[in-house]
Design a protein around this ligand. Structure first.
Ligand code: PGA
Length: 250
């Protein structure tokens, strides 16, 4: 299974800035990329087509940071999987903690998006993770189980496991510089694998589980070598071509 090295640019970068970083990334990392790695960037929607075009000479991929579970209609401000596809995206992100906790997205909406995106041909990364107060109250497994069971409730059991990934992103580690420790990551990823096996059976071993939360070049190699860590989802440290290229090659 190839490791998926993903960048989430969130609400950063204009078209020009995004395209420049994308070109720099191709220059710094495309030729040297090990066989067993894939690179994926989630730019802001306005720069999606530009970044997809900047990646055309490489195998690097793009994705949409969010999408609405519908084809078209009177949904002001929303974007559909078909529109993402039209802009060159092959992936979609669902359930990012900023959407859950800043925008108030409930588990059921995350579930609808996850199933719809997969049905319409996107590869989907479902993000899950506990808040600090949930960790302190010993509720990590309860939260992860709930977010997985509801988040995946509408996904057909015969889904191609290579098209679905899970990103474990403890909320307290996102953008804080406070990365989860190896034991915390191993425990969470092992638990997630167990729940996926309960839901999908044996083929759940082919579903990638990414870690996200303060990943940088200095900690990436160790994180990526842990059991059941099949990639990373990087925010802050992915914004510079130089720093993200060090991560993808780490
Ligand atoms: P961070 O963000 O790397 O800045 O912690 C990760 C994410 O939100 O996906």
């Amino acid at each position: 299974m190839k490791k998926l090295m993903a960048a989430n640019w969130k609400m950063y970068k204009t078209w020009d800035q995004a395209c420049a970083t994308a070109r720099e990334l191709v220059q710094l990392a495309a030729k040297q990329l090990p066989e067993d790695r894939e690179v994926l960037v989630f730019p802001p929607f306005t720069a999606l087509r530009g970044v997809s075009e900047a990646f055309a000479s490489s195998d690097f991929m793009t994705g949409g940071q969010d999408f609405y579970p519908g084809e078209e209609g009177a949904f002001t401000g929303e974007i559909s999987p078909m529109m993402l596809d039209d802009a060159g995206a092959v992936y979609g992100l669902t359930g990012h903690s900023e959407r859950r906790h800043v925008l108030g997205e409930p588990d059921e909406l995350v579930a609808a998006k996850t199933a719809y995106g997969l049905d319409k041909g996107l590869n989907v990364i479902l993000c899950i993770g506990e808040r600090i107060e949930e960790r302190k109250a010993g509720k990590v497994e309860d939260v992860l189980k709930r977010q997985l069971e509801i988040g995946l409730q509408d996904v057909p059991r015969d889904v191609d496991p290579e098209r679905l990934s899970i990103a474990y992103e403890p909320v307290w580690a996102i953008g804080t510089g406070e990365v989860a420790g190896p034991e915390e990551i191993k425990a969470a990823h092992g638990f997630i694998r167990k729940i996926l096996l309960d839901i999908f059976g044996e083929k759940a071993n082919e579903i990638r589980i990414l870690y996200g939360g303060s990943v940088k070049s200095a900690n990436c190699a160790e994180i990526i070598s842990l059991d059941n860590v099949n990639g990373v989802l990087v925010g802050g440290a992915s914004l510079q071509g130089e720093s993200f290229s060090q991560i993808v090659l780490a």
